[in-house]
Design a protein around this ligand. Structure first.
Ligand code: LMR
Length: 411
């Protein structure tokens, strides 16, 4: 029956964790997966989650979430993305469903996109989170790319990005050509803490991106997996989305509580799609619910209860915001220390991008051979594209990491 089935290629992110776990060296460091670690290198259970846990213990029935809790959680999530006073929320012009974290939210949207725009493409930034390729491929939505990251400046290729919104760059083997992105195309954007590059457009650049997308009637789909990690503030990190709303876009948004609530294993997320009116929103919601029903029924309830408890209790919500700020601050602090250490070691390279980039990741510019050498000789693991999860760096290992990076980039 299964002779024709070969092994799937290793996942570029999860494969790093596997290699790290297989390394018996006690000094090993995992800078691969984007998961927050405290300054001792340990996973963190947020205090707001611990408090919520004790509040729901014993009260939870082992059935699907009640529709009132689920409605409230979707609404609270929509407020985090679109703003407390957003008209779209007041007018009930959004279709929102709970989803299996950000991945599940993207997967639902991709399926929805294929059903209702079967000939459409998804335009992905180059580069983007590796799983975006899998998600839209499995939904049978072909991808196109728009240029985003500039390897020379290790920042944003803004003019080219804008060009690609108007005319998309197609690579075909050795040849490449410019092609207009057809009007009404789907663009996937990271509103904050771009993964993998850590490069976010400025406010002014977002305004221009929004303007250009609107001119072409494109549909912006935001994948907001790291809200809070760029600036330390939830609202600030949703600013790009607010700009798009001010410009009158209808947008979609995938949200995840994996990173900003530290609920990685619970898979809590939300997908919302803004609509022209409440009637359209109800129709779209019913379609999304039907897709989810066939894919996985309904999401597991425990994590959802934790999140809804935190979002609907003002004290817990305040505590959550402080804890996000602290996580973001530790990461920013580690960026500064790593850069300083490399400069003190006399590295001939410019490491300014370590502190210019934001969020959990630094797109270091390390070449694949550097990455291999770091794993082999120093037991430091990161994805092959040179993405460093800064959350894996601590006060104790930053000297070792800086020294290793300096050693492999000496020549
Ligand atoms: C990452 O990019 O490392 C995270 O989003 C985790 C994952 O599942 O890929």
């Amino acid at each position: 029956w299964w002779d024709h089935v070969g092994p799937a290629p290793k996942d570029p992110i999860l494969g790093v964790t596997e290699a790290f776990l297989a390394d018996p060296n006690p000094e090993k460091i995992n800078l691969g997966v984007g998961a927050y670690r405290d300054d001792e290198g340990k996973p963190l259970v947020l205090q707001c989650v611990r408090n919520a846990e004790s509040m729901i213990s014993g009260t939870e029935f082992l059935e699907s979430l009640s529709s009132s809790v689920s409605l409230r959680l979707v609404e609270e999530s929509a407020k985090l993305a679109y703003g407390e006073d957003s008209d779209a929320i007041k007018e009930q012009r959004y279709a929102g469903v709970l989803a299996l974290s950000g991945t599940g939210a993207c997967r639902l949207f991709a399926e929805f996109q294929r059903r209702f725009y079967p000939k459409s493409h998804i335009f992905l930034s180059s580069p983007t989170w590796s799983n975006h390729h899998n998600i839209w491929r499995d939904a049978q939505v072909p991808e196109r790319k728009f240029r985003y990251y500039d390897p020379d400046s290790k920042g944003l290729q803004f003019a080219t990005l804008i060009d690609d919104i108007k005319h998309v760059f197609i690579e075909k083997g050795m040849f490449s050509c410019m092609q207009n992105a057809p009007d009404r195309s789907f663009f996937l954007l990271h509103p904050c803490a771009h993964n993998p590059t850590g490069v976010d457009p400025s406010e002014e650049q977002w305004r221009e991106i929004s303007y250009q997308l609107k001119k072409k009637n494109h549909f912006p789909f935001f994948d907001m997996a790291y809200q809070g990690f760029a600036s330390g503030c939830l609202d600030e990190d949703a600013k790009a989305i607010h700009i798009f709303l001010d410009d009158g876009h209808l947008v979609g948004c995938a949200q995840s509580y994996a990173k900003n609530m530290g609920l990685y294993g619970h898979r809590v997320g939300c997908l919302s799609v803004l609509c022209a009116d409440a009637k359209q929103a109800a129709a779209i919601k019913s379609q999304l619910q039907q897709i989810a029903r066939a894919m996985y029924g309904s999401p597991p309830v425990h994590g959802l209860l934790l999140v809804s408890t935190i979002l609907t209790d003002s004290k817990l919500k305040r505590l959550w915001k402080t804890e996000i700020k602290d996580m973001a601050k530790r990461i920013t602090g580690m960026r500064v220390v790593l850069r300083e250490k490399l400069e003190k070691l006399g590295s001939a390279h410019n490491w300014q991008h370590i502190t210019d980039q934001v969020g959990m990741f630094c797109f270091s510019g390390l070449a694949p051979e550097h990455v291999d050498q770091l794993a082999k000789e120093f037991h430091i693991y990161m994805t092959h594209d040179g993405r460093i999860s800064i959350a894996g760096i601590t006060s104790n290992n930053v000297d070792y990491v800086a020294n290793a990076i300096h050693e492999v980039t000496r020549s």
